[in-house]
Design a protein around this ligand. Structure first.
Ligand code: ADP
Length: 494
């Protein structure tokens, strides 16, 4: 072991420590006037030690921290009382650093027998900042309206914020220390719960979805829940974070809305259908001859009535698909035959506008299992739009082809197109683009919403490409395996 050279005495060693340490050592009067400052003031405060001498540290303290710099009693000296204070102190050139300072009052003959303060200060800014950050995080989490739950790798709840009470009826202390299943078990489907944990624990995949559960008081609630396993460096689950929002009310309002639309539409359909019969009878001359003017009026009323029936049907179909009660009745179907029959249905509309429909069907396409009624509705909708939103003498091209194990249907027109600014909203309920509203007042903005809902309920995809005044192509992609059948309760009205 090396020993200090004999010429070194204690004083040398002490001054070496004070001069070299990264902490700032200082001697003050009882009023905090600097009498000695170690060179680390340069690093910590940006001041040369000389610049601080005879200056009161009070000039540098942050105004909000003055109260913390407590005064010292003479008796402290006898008691050898040491204080540790944490406060902000100004750096040369602006800005504050956090200091943690040990203050010891002393009386020393070598210092003129006066009372002095010896301070050792350390920069704790980064620690303070992270403490502040943590404090703010905790405040944010505690006051969040969503329930936030943290559970350890075994699923034991370590923390939950107060919002858990509003959703589940349990206060945080009632659930902390218990397994997360305490909130779930007994109310949730066992198979679902097992697969939920399997996904989280074994697959380490986050869960996002709706959970139906029962509150402490036995009332049902639905939550939109996101659970994420947080992994450590070894990719093992370190803990879980769950965030849940109570959507019981929103779901209920949604259900009532759907029910209302369904009820209202049923009530509207009956009188409209009976008007349709009567009008058809009158038009056929079953109640006697009608003159040209009468015929013109009747045809006009009939057209309006048809449009109302279309609207009511769309509303009914939407309410059916939104309530998740729609039957998907899949059977082996030739998409080209289905398309031909849809084209046939719209051919009069196309003829009226002298629009050509060009067919380009790949040969020997496989027959796939789809619900013909649903897909026909989709096809008719895309064709009707293409005709409606294309000028007279325009052209529509319909292609059906296989690509990458998907069967694609493309309906292309050279019509008005969809302006860029409207493109992200075109599938929204009731949305109609600005350019179209000017040229074609007839329309509900429901067709594409329903079309998309049908395609998505059948695991397919729908999208489009469009350029204003050039034309639009809608694409529907269905996998070779087709639409998965679904029992459901209702089918759509066409
Ligand atoms: P509707 O045709 O009753 O307005 P849709 O939901 O079928 O309702 O269509 C929504 C909107 O999408 C239309 O109003 C129109 O702005 C736009 N759109 C749909 N198809 C086309 C198309 N082929 N060309 C141009 N715009 C289209």
């Amino acid at each position: 072991m090396e020993t200090a050279p004999p010429s070194w005495n204690n004083e040398d060693i002490l001054s070496l420590i004070v001069e070299q340490t990264t902490d700032m050592v200082a001697i003050h009067t009882f009023d905090w006037v600097f009498l000695y400052v170690s060179p680390s003031s340069r690093l910590l405060l940006g001041y040369e030690p000389d610049e601080l001498l005879n200056k009161s540290a009070f000039e540098l303290f942050h105004p909000d921290d003055l109260k913390k710099i407590s005064s010292h009693e003479t008796s402290d000296v006898n008691d050898q009382k040491i204080h540790t204070i944490t406060y902000r102190i100004k750096r040369k050139g602006g800005g504050y650093v956090w200091f943690e300072t040990t203050v010891k009052p002393i009386k020393d003959l070598r210092l003129g027998n006066e009372l002095r303060l010896i301070t050792v200060s350390r920069d704790v800014t980064s620690r303070k900042n992270s403490e502040e950050m943590v404090k703010k995080f905790v405040q944010a989490v505690e006051s969040a309206s969503d329930s936030i739950v943290m559970a350890n790798s075994e699923g034991i709840i370590m923390y939950t914020n107060p919002a858990i009470y509003n959703m589940t009826g349990y206060k945080p202390p009632e659930v902390i220390g218990k397994h997360a299943n305490f909130i779930w078990e007994g109310t949730m489907d066992k198979i679902f719960l097992t697969s939920l944990w399997h996904n989280l624990r074994e697959e380490k995949k986050p869960f996002n979805g709706e959970i139906t559960n029962v509150r402490k008081d036995g009332m049902r609630y639905v939550s939109d829940t996101h659970i994420t396993p947080i992994l450590d460096e070894k990719k093992d689950v370190s803990f879980y974070v769950g965030i849940a929002r109570d959507i019981t009310k929103a779901k209920e309002v949604d259900r009532m809305k759907t029910e209302f639309i369904s009820l209202a539409s049923h009530q509207l359909r009956t009188p409209l259908t009976s008007m349709k019969w009567r009008l058809e009878m009158l038009l056929k001359g079953e109640e006697g001859n009608i003159n040209d003017k009468q015929k013109e009026y009747l045809l006009n009323i009939n057209g309006t009535n048809e449009r109302m029936i279309d609207l009511v049907n769309s509303l009914l179909n939407i309410s059916r698909i939104e309530s998740g009660r729609l039957i998907i009745d899949s059977k082996p179907t030739s998409l080209t035959d289905l398309m031909l029959s849809a084209i046939d249905e719209v051919s009069n509309k196309a003829k009226d506008k002298q629009i050509r429909i060009i067919k380009d069907f790949q040969e020997a396409l496989p027959v796939i299992s789809v619900d013909p009624k649903l897909l026909r509705n989709v096809y008719i909708n895309l064709l009707t739009n293409a005709i409606k939103y294309t000028k007279e003498k325009g052209a529509i091209e319909v292609r059906i082809y296989e690509d990458n194990n998907m069967i694609l249907t493309q309906v292309a027109d050279n019509g008005y197109g969809i302006p860029k600014s409207d493109q992200d909203k075109i599938f929204q309920k009731f949305y109609r683009a600005d350019n179209i509203k000017k040229v074609e007042t007839d329309g509900t903005g429901l067709g594409l919403y329903l079309t998309k809902a049908i395609i998505e309920a059948s695991n397919g995809k729908i999208w489009f490409e469009s350029e204003e005044n050039k034309g639009t192509s809608f694409y529907v992609a269905l996998s070779r395996s087709g639409m998965e059948p679904k029992k459901g309760e209702v089918s759509i009205t066409v």
